[in-house]
Design a protein around this ligand. Structure first.
Ligand SMILES: N[C@@H](CCC(=O)N[C@@H](CS)C(=O)NCC(=O)O)C(=O)O
Length: 213
């Protein structure tokens, strides 16, 4: 498939950009990238040239523009059905979609308290109850998926799925801030961080200039 372009933010900071980028890489897609530096005077204007929603990521496929990370992952799953980015079995697929959507729609306290800074190792700030609840809920979701559907591989639903793409930046946050995790979560994080695509993203993140907070 040629002609795909993914517009993303800085690899060190843009957690939403990582999700569809990883889905594309895991699907074996060939695609161009355009990086728009966040928190710059021209950031908004540059993003608006691609999407009136004013947010990255944005996927351009000819005359089709897809925005919102989860919608892009859905589109990638349809473009590359052989990649199996959703589980084959209907019940597993429904739960995988619930898990992916819960991430897309939720966990704002966690995202706010522990912003993505992939290349850094940072002290864990004092966490309020809402953040602690998010961390507990994420681990419960991961345990449920691994126990019920994870037999075929190291990912939430066995083989790599959109759910893994959606949680990959959570894995990097837990890693950056040294969040204490249960055994299942630790093993899952190890599997995600070992993906060649995750290492590729991290290597690129390491070369980017730091952004002002
Ligand atoms: N719900 C959106 C969230 C996208 C989002 O918030 N992206 C941030 C970067 S990670 C952004 O574009 N910010 C615009 C700006 O900083 O001007 C999605 O899932 O794609």
């Amino acid at each position: 498939m040629s002609g795909l372009k993914l517009v993303i933010g800085n690899k060190n900071y843009s957690s939403w950009s990582l999700r569809p980028w990883l889905a594309l890489r895991q699907a074996g897609a060939t695609f161009a990238e355009e990086m728009i530096a966040l928190r710059q005077p021209d950031t908004r204007t540059r993003i608006l040239a691609f999407s009136a929603a004013g947010r990255v990521p944005v996927l351009i496929d000819g005359d089709v523009t897809v925005w919102e990370s989860l919608a892009i992952c859905e589109y990638v799953a349809e473009l590359f059905p052989q990649a199996g980015l959703w589980p084959d079995e209907r019940q597993a697929r429904a739960i995988c979609r619930s898990v992916a959507t819960e991430m897309h729609a939720g966990f704002a306290p966690l995202r706010q308290a522990l912003p993505m800074d992939y290349r850094a190792s940072l002290p864990l700030p004092a966490l309020d109850a809402a953040v602690a609840d998010d961390i507990a809920r994420i681990q419960a979701v991961w345990r449920m998926a691994r126990e019920r559907f994870g037999a075929g591989g190291p990912f939430l639903f066995g083989r790599f799925s959109v759910a893994d793409a959606m949680y990959a930046p959570v894995v990097t946050r837990f890693n950056t801030y040294g969040v204490a995790l249960d055994e299942v979560a630790r093993a899952y994080c190890t599997a995600i961080l070992a993906l060649p695509a995750m290492r590729e993203w991290l290597d690129a993140a390491r070369t980017e200039p730091a952004l002002p907070q």
